[in-house]
Ligand binder design. Sequence first.
Ligand SMILES: Cc1cc2nc3c(=O)[nH]c(=O)nc-3n(C[C@H](O)[C@H](O)[C@H](O)COP(=O)(O)OP(=O)(O)OC[C@H]3O[C@@H](n4cnc5c(N)ncnc54)[C@H](O)[C@@H]3O)c2cc1C
Length: 410
Amino acid sequence: MTGVASSSPSLGEYREQARAWLAEHAPTGGARRDPYDVSVFHHLDRDAELEVLQRLREWQRAKFEAGYAAISWPAELHGAGLPTEYADAFKAEESAAVSLTRHELFSVTINLIAPTVRLYGSEELKAVLLPGLLDGSLLACQLFSEPGAGSDLANVATRGVREGDEWVLDGQKVWTSGAQFAEWGQAIVRTEPGSSGNRGLTTFMVPMDTPGVEVRQIRQMSGGTSFNEVFLTDVRISDSMRMGAVGDGWAVTRATLGFERANASNKAGVGGQFDQLVDLARRTGALQHRDVRLQLAEVRMREVAAEVSLHREQRSRDTGQPPGASGSMRKLQWVTKLQLVSELARTMLGDRLIADLGDPGTWSWNAHVLGAPGYRIAGGSDQIQRNIVAERHLGLPPEPRPAKPRGETS
Ligand SMILES: Cc1cc2nc3c(=O)[nH]c(=O)nc-3n(C[C@H](O)[C@H](O)[C@H](O)COP(=O)(O)OP(=O)(O)OC[C@H]3O[C@@H](n4cnc5c(N)ncnc54)[C@H](O)[C@@H]3O)c2cc1C
């Protein structure tokens, strides 16, 4: 552990303080997690989803006011200026004490977009956005993908044209998670006419209530509508909303994607968990089968491995550095675990996965099985992560990319 001021409590004292604070302030009742909820994506109606978000906003605000929202960030950026171990300790205590329903938009806002604003936002933008992003009053989505730009994200066609101190944005984004609830969106757009690939792109923070921003929901196979199409028509925003230099949008976006990959295996509570699988194995009688026990052990092993690599990743993030390609390895690690959980649930439940026979905690697993494949695509597909690991970690020759001068992938 490094960098702890002599006036700071020891890690043990801090944990005690956090536990006492949580005992007094942890939210109770309403919007708590259903013990049988193993869904990867929500399928709530709008009012229920708004209620979930409201509870999370209140909880985030309480943490912010008590100094628990950005424990390892520096004090001048609304953090507590403590080492990562303190943040880890709080998180462990919080997981034990709080069982609010999760929402992906919080993770996107706090773990992906806030650190990007910290790295690339102007002083003005940081002052406008960081307090709200960290206290839950401003939620932000990622306006990256387009119908013609997914894995090949550098192919974005949404245009940004400068007019004095403003930019006018026109184009279409797609698969934007949480856009229907977000106050802000981080958008990558092409600002240099005639440019191609990762050159001539710029990143902006766009207020989602700006005239010309239209959000249309998309229904996914697991039943929910977590993501959207976002149409941008003559959307005027101030140049002060720009992140990074004009033309440097690729570096900014890559940092956010790096945070996303690094954060992927941090979604400890997403989908079916080891304990829930063990419970299912007991209830279905599958625990007596050696193969099931072996598969359970493999799921647990992967969870532990993910915790270890998460810890390593967090250390570099806390110094404000963009994460490297190791985030891709961690994302692959996590989605492989999600798949293993799906396979095991399928093995144990068989056709009970396809019809609700009224037996709690059985059919509900189809929300895991149908949702898990989404994360093999979101934030960069498995194949793209493997390309990144091969090229940037292992130094293998890059795949041929005739259209991309710098040999980059998203
Ligand atoms: C649940 C979910 C949430 C999402 N949320 C957001 C969001 O909030 N904001 C946002 O901007 N986007 C979001 N996305 C979009 C996501 O980033 C893209 O779907 C993803 O980057 C893949 O792009 P694509 O769908 O266009 O597929 P494509 O790029 O068309 O890929 C199709 C297939 O080809 C493979 N492939 C493509 N190129 C290569 C290559 N070079 N080598 C090997 N294989 C390759 C891919 O792996 C994939 O299997 C989300 C997606 C999902 C599923």
